[in-house]
Ligand binder design. Sequence first.
Ligand code: CAA
Length: 239
Amino acid sequence: MRVALVTGGTRGIGEAISVGLKDAGYKVAANYAGNDERAQAFRERTGISVFKFDVSDPEAVNAGVKAIEAELGPVDVLINNAGITKDGTIHKMGYEQWKHVIETNLGSCFNCCRSVIDGMRARKFGRIVNIGSINGQAGQYGQVNYAAAKSGIHGFTKALAQEGARNNITVNAIAPGYIDTDMVRSVPPNVLEKIVAKIPVGRLGHADEIARGVVFLVSDDAGFITGSTLSINGGQHMY
Ligand code: CAA
């Protein structure tokens, strides 16, 4: 049974991915950063093991991955999903607001990949899926930090895909559009209404609709797909 680590795996899109992978037959480790109550409720509801560590801190990630490997075995599948928003126009944005988003959303990809890549190379198998965003592809008013981090994820994915290919390690990205999660629900309602009006399918996405893409990209059937980005956004941005 393959072991999958899902960062930010107890809430929102990450929760759906954790459950989707469990249902597809993986042993899942769901990482979370801070919300103990939600994480424990998730564990009780799903039976999925939870591991608390800060993905923006390289030492914490190494310790967290060690704990996962001791309990479940080597990590074969990594889903870099953890992410935060700290929206604001640049003239109102402080350095901390910039740095926190870059380190959490993009730094985490480096930290987690760095921590599992040696094992994947040695075992000649790995599946990595990085969760980008429509706003990394198209930009978004009030999100220079988030858009830069998510755009960085798309470049990171293509570079690592080239490095991993010979060792049967595929690296892909999914770029979700606006999905019905706590993160999107925190956008001011008048702003969100205008955004939804521009989604051709006429609704927010469901977290499960992202999870199904992840389950496919990590499967053996997807072994020839690497360095790609799967946009799942209801037609809001096409390219
Ligand atoms: N383009 C051009 N102008 C815009 C604009 C846009 N998209 N959005 C707002 N403006 C204008 C407003 O009309 C307003 O102009 P006036 O003063 O002339 O009326 C001006 O900019 C200021 O707007 P706000 O009052 O909204 O400014 P604020 O400082 O109160 O808030 C903000 C700014 C925090 C960025 C707020 O607009 C906001 O939260 N926007 C949503 C950002 C967003 O979509 N975040 C996505 C979060 S979910 C996510 O990130 C998941 C994912 O991957 C998709």
